[in-house]
Design a protein around this ligand. Structure first.
Ligand SMILES: [Zn+2]
Length: 264
């Protein structure tokens, strides 16, 4: 049930007083008078038992616990690996003792969204990597990557999402082929720009054929987060949108399915 008192205060036009820290941006976004966006894009895939998944994990499963017709209320029980569907990778995914998902700062989950599209190149080369030159080319068109950004690689891969075999794209030897971030580009971001995380529309931040995961290792090793299987990156502006990451908050988590939105 929804408390009317809370709804009213969330929509209050009064700006948050100075010094309220992380609450301020959220109040601004909920303010209908001063809204700084006109559209909300859902960058989240629907999770189903057939959603493409890294072969290590078991598919998503859901079991009905109660039905409105029977118990008077509906409820399901979910069983899924953290790294399924559109999801976040916390540093603890690759770093022993790294930050777990419940400790990611709320302020890092609201970020300027940068979309670098390599869809044309990925259509010709399934193993293509996002390199430093791609980031510099984006900056020549749109200006410097804003502080606190999440930088997303749009490869066009989601067009394959209804066909898990094409999404994973494994060859006869079992090696997968999908575009990814180069380790060098992540290192450059860490050394040269201030940012919160990176994202991709494939199963993995690293290219499918990577056995060493340099993008994951550099990114998560530096305490940043990643987003994988992000949807609709081809339908949001390359610059100027704000990303909202509805990350889960279970204790000790290495990541988990997230509702990801773009406001623009
Ligand atoms: Zn993951």
């Amino acid at each position: 049930m929804c408390c009317p008192e809370l709804v009213r205060s969330a929509l209050a036009v009064t700006p948050a007083p100075a010094g309220t820290g992380e609450i301020a941006p959220a109040v601004r976004f909920a303010d209908p008078e001063g809204a700084s966006f006109r559209r909300v894009a859902d960058l989240t895939h629907v999770i189903t038992p057939g959603f493409p998944i890294f072969p290590f994990y078991k598919p998503f499963a859901m079991r009905q616990l109660a039905a409105v017709e029977r118990e008077g209320f509906g409820a399901n029980e979910l069983c899924y690996a953290e790294h399924v569907g559109t999801h976040i990778d916390a540093p603890a995914h690759f770093v022993a003792g790294g930050t777990t998902v419940e400790h990611l700062p709320a302020s890092s989950l609201l970020a300027p969204l940068v979309v670098v599209s390599l869809a044309e190149r990925a259509a010709r080369d399934e193993d293509t990597l996002l390199v430093v030159d791609d980031l510099l080319a984006w900056e020549r068109r749109h200006g410097r990557i804003p502080a606190g950004a999440v930088v997303a690689l749009h490869s066009g891969w989601e067009e394959r999402v209804g066909d898990p075999a094409r999404f994973l794209n494994a060859d006869a030897s079992g090696t997968m082929h999908s575009p990814g971030w180069s380790g060098e580009a992540v290192e450059w971001m860490l050394n040269e720009r201030e940012f919160n995380g990176i994202a991709i529309d494939t199963l993995s931040l690293d290219a499918g054929n990577s056995a060493t995961y340099p993008a994951h290792r550099h990114l998560l090793g530096a305490g940043k987060y990643g987003l994988e299987n992000v949807a609709n990156l081809g339908r949001v502006p390359p610059a100027g949108a704000t990303l909202v990451v509805g990350a889960p908050r279970h204790e000790g988590g290495t990541g988990g399915p997230a509702r990801v939105l773009a406001l623009f």
